[in-house]
Write a protein that binds this ligand. Structure first.
Ligand SMILES: [Zn+2]
Length: 414
């Protein structure tokens, strides 16, 4: 057993503890607390005592939405003022690059995993259209759900689309930490009957989460309401328009909820265009809203109404989105942008979003997301400029990889 002493322990499930300790045994958290009446090293239980100094110890973070397979597009897609313009940029960049299983693409996935880990990430919700990220994730130290994402607006045989996807998923062997599930791309890019078939497939599993991009752009809202606008033009241009499709009217959230798609297994990503009524509906369903504000700025979707997200009572998690729309995979950097957009949301709420909310949405909360006895000791120590600061506020001010180290209870830690 190793007992770490630190200027601060941040269990997430309770407020930060000054001059705390945490005992780790065989990779699991055994206990934690404040020093108590005994002297700092007076436990007398034979544990190895390690003083980490002016650091805060907290759970590894959850990046609840990213697309690791797009990592090779880093700095390749220029920022756009309209979402459809950005999508065109992604398609052009993908066309100019090699095949999806090529070494350039796989190499970029491995570098992205290293970068995410160095930035303090323990769990990812990874969206994939090719499943090439499953193997690298299974061999990494990260926990993950790989969402096999379907994108098919014009689908003559919707059941077959989902059936084929499930057959591909069955070929993947889940590990203790890495699972695969299904995702729909978005309500404007997946046919209603494909959405229904995905939802049915998810319902047949004991617990697997599902994901969908939702209410990201003004173009999406217009398309779902009226069937017109830049998205309709785009679908026609790429030959994916379905003349039999009838616009559902209402908001994208109304459409998905009326279709029976939303519940507490769903991660709804972005929500930039959600109204208060939309947020109330998501909260009532127990759906987790994953915010990726840096990506929203880059793609032209706009700034997410974060204060409204938190005021609505909806569960909020955090994602970086892909390196095609974000400068890095650092969840702490995403938190700093959230803090700038929502100065009145408590830092503790933002930190919950980056830990337990994401872990719960992805089904990893039994092992991750808080410091509690029995949970995995996949913990971060973040160097502080001084021990007498507001640590929660400091953690949402932008933390760099150089300030972060992992502690695991192994002998190398100090
Ligand atoms: Zn995304």
């Amino acid at each position: 057993m190793v007992r770490y002493h630190a200027a601060w322990i941040l269990p997430i499930a309770e407020p930060a503890i000054r001059n705390g300790w945490i005992a780790v045994d065989r990779g699991r958290i055994a206990a934690y607390g404040s020093p108590g009446p005994a002297s700092r090293y007076g436990f007398g239980d034979g544990a190895r005592e390690v003083d980490l100094g002016d650091v805060v110890v907290l759970p590894g973070l959850c990046n609840a939405h990213t697309h690791l397979e797009l990592s090779y597009l880093r700095d390749e897609v220029p920022p756009a003022s309209e979402f459809v313009t950005w999508i065109r940029g992604v398609m052009a960049a993908r066309r100019s690059r090699p095949d999806p299983g090529g070494p350039e693409i796989v190499g970029a996935v491995h570098r992205a995993l290293d970068e995410a880990t160095a930035a303090g990430t323990a769990i990812v919700g990874d969206i994939s259209n090719t499943l090439i990220t499953f193997e690298p994730l299974a061999r990494s130290a990260l926990a993950a759900v790989v969402f096999y994402e379907l994108i098919r607006f014009n689908a003559p045989d919707p059941a077959a689309v989902v059936e084929q996807a499930q057959q591909r998923l069955e070929l993947l062997a889940p590990t203790a930490r890495v699972r695969a599930s299904l995702a729909a791309h978005a309500p404007y890019s997946v046919a209603p009957l494909v959405l229904r078939a995905i939802r049915k497939a998810i319902d047949r599993q004991p617990f697997l989460p599902c994901s969908i991009h939702l209410s990201e752009s003004a173009e999406e809202v217009e398309f779902i309401r009226s069937g017109h606008g830049p998205w309709r033009t785009f679908l026609e241009e790429i030959g994916s328009w379905d003349p039999a499709w009838v616009p559902p009217g209402g908001s994208p959230v109304d459409f998905l909820d009326d279709s029976g798609f939303l519940d507490n297994r769903v991660l709804a990503v972005h929500g930039v265009q959600m109204t208060d009524a939309d947020l109330r509906r998501l909260a009532a369903r127990g759906t987790t809203l994953v915010t990726c504000p840096r990506s929203n700025g880059h793609t032209g979707a706009g700034a997410p109404p974060l204060a409204e997200f938190y005021a609505s009572g909806v569960r909020v998690a955090v994602g970086t989105d892909s390196l095609a729309s974000a400068p890095d995979l650092n969840v702490f950097a995403e938190l700093a942008t959230m803090r700038a957009l929502a100065p009145r949301v408590p830092a503790a709420s933002l930190l919950e979003s980056a830990t337990i909310q994401g872990a719960r949405a992805l089904g990893f909360d039994a092992d991750y997301g808080t410091i509690e006895p029995g949970k995995s000791a996949r913990l971060l120590a973040v160097t502080l400029p001084s021990s007498s600061i507001d640590v929660e506020e400091y953690l949402v001010s932008g933390i760099e990889s150089a300030q972060i180290r992992w502690i695991t209870g192994a002998d190398g830690d100090n």
